[in-house]
Design a protein around this ligand. Structure first.
Ligand code: WQD
Length: 322
């Protein structure tokens, strides 16, 4: 029996594939629009456009020929700003692809699904510490497309024999190996690394929030810890009678923008000073995961620190510059 990872050539998907390859059979489906074959080595991979009308039949062939038992659906677009400019593209890429995956799984009686969701479904939560049962009120099309994806998974799991979980990722950073690094400067750590590498001061989007040092607080989780959470999710599904569950995947610990940037400047040996600019519209002051549910149900504990994330991402940047 094997595991199919859609979007397995991506940043997070590549780390999941690396872990799965050490444990058994894994197969990748990716359109390689943002992912890279360098991340997956000799793992069997199928280049499929999951939005295409023929995708269901092509997926069914992959599921059948590789005797897939579980699907980890990572394939999606994830840039918040881009989603505001191109909402229809985000709904198409993030939900239509999922619908095709669900249709193929049902047709081939594949029992287990792990869906890559996001803390972005919460929008700007009232409380800094977020529980899975808290209101979901996404503030951008990216977050909304992930919430719609959760509803799709929930309703199909409830009406078929598929057993599924949605994993709400908090802020992912770091690299398990240089060739697996996040190469898209779209989030705090990758944007700051790009700035420092180019000799520019990293930017702090506002320091007048009601937090310990005035800067935004987030729950940063190392991509390797996030990847191992997916292995734990499959083990959970194998042993759980529940048709559908949702889990926050974070550390339960918050770190401020200033703290993260200080770590990066220390690791890089840079004498640059972060530059405070105006707030980014829509940013909440604090978003940290309540991890009670995942701690009670998964054999999984995040072990990496913010320092590990920054250090591994910084070390990897040289590789991406080659
Ligand atoms: C983190 C903090 C910023 C850049 C994202 C999206 C989505 C999700 C991960 C997958 C905030 C501050 C940032 C900079 C800064 N991915 N910041 N200077 O907005 O928490 O959410 O989380 O699901 O990509 O939902 O991530 O990295 O953009 O920002 O001060 O140059 O860093 O204000 O406080 P965010 P982020």
């Amino acid at each position: 029996m094997s595991v199919l990872v859609t979007g397995g050539a991506g940043y997070i998907g590549g780390h999941i594939v690396r872990l799965l390859r050490e444990r058994g059979d894994v197969v990748v489906v990716d359109n390689f629009s943002t992912g890279s074959r360098d991340r997956i080595g000799d793992v069997p991979a199928h280049d499929i456009d999951l939005t295409a009308s023929y995708a269901v039949n092509e997926l069914r062939h992959v599921l059948r020929t590789h005797s897939v038992e579980a699907v980890i659906h990572m394939a999606a677009l994830k840039q918040v700003g881009e989603s505001v400019e191109q909402p229809l593209r985000y709904y198409r890429e993030n939900t239509q692809t999922l619908a095709h995956v669900l249709e193929a799984m049902e047709a081939e009686s594949v029992p287990l699904l792990v869906f890559s969701s996001s803390a972005a479904v919460y929008g700007s939560p009232e409380s800094g510490l977020v529980r899975e049962d808290d209101p979901t009120d996404p503030v951008n099309p990216y977050g909304a497309s992930k919430l719609v994806g959760e509803w799709l998974v929930r309703d199909v799991a409830r009406s078929t024999s598929i057993r599924a979980v949605s994993l709400r990722y908090f802020n992912v950073a770091g690299a398990g190996a240089p060739e697996l690094a996040d190469t898209v400067p779209a989030n705090l750590v990758t944007l700051a690394i790009e700035a420092v590498t180019e000799g520019r001061a990293p930017k702090i989007f506002g320091d007048d929030y009601d937090t310990s040092d005035g800067t935004g607080i987030r729950d940063y989780v190392h991509v390797q810890d996030l990847a191992s959470a997916h292995i734990a999710a499959i083990e959970y599904l194998r042993g759980s009678p529940a048709s559908y569950s949702v889990f926050n995947i974070g550390t339960g610990r918050g770190a401020s923008v200033r703290e993260v940037l200080c770590e990066l400047l220390d690791v890089s040996g840079s004498d640059l000073t972060p530059e405070v600019i105006e707030r980014r519209p829509g940013d909440p002051a604090e978003v940290v995961a309540d991890t009670s549910r995942v701690s009670a149900n998964f054999s999984w504990t995040p072990t990496h620190t913010v320092r590990d994330m920054v250090e591994s991402a910084w070390t990897a940047r040289a590789h991406s510059e080659r």
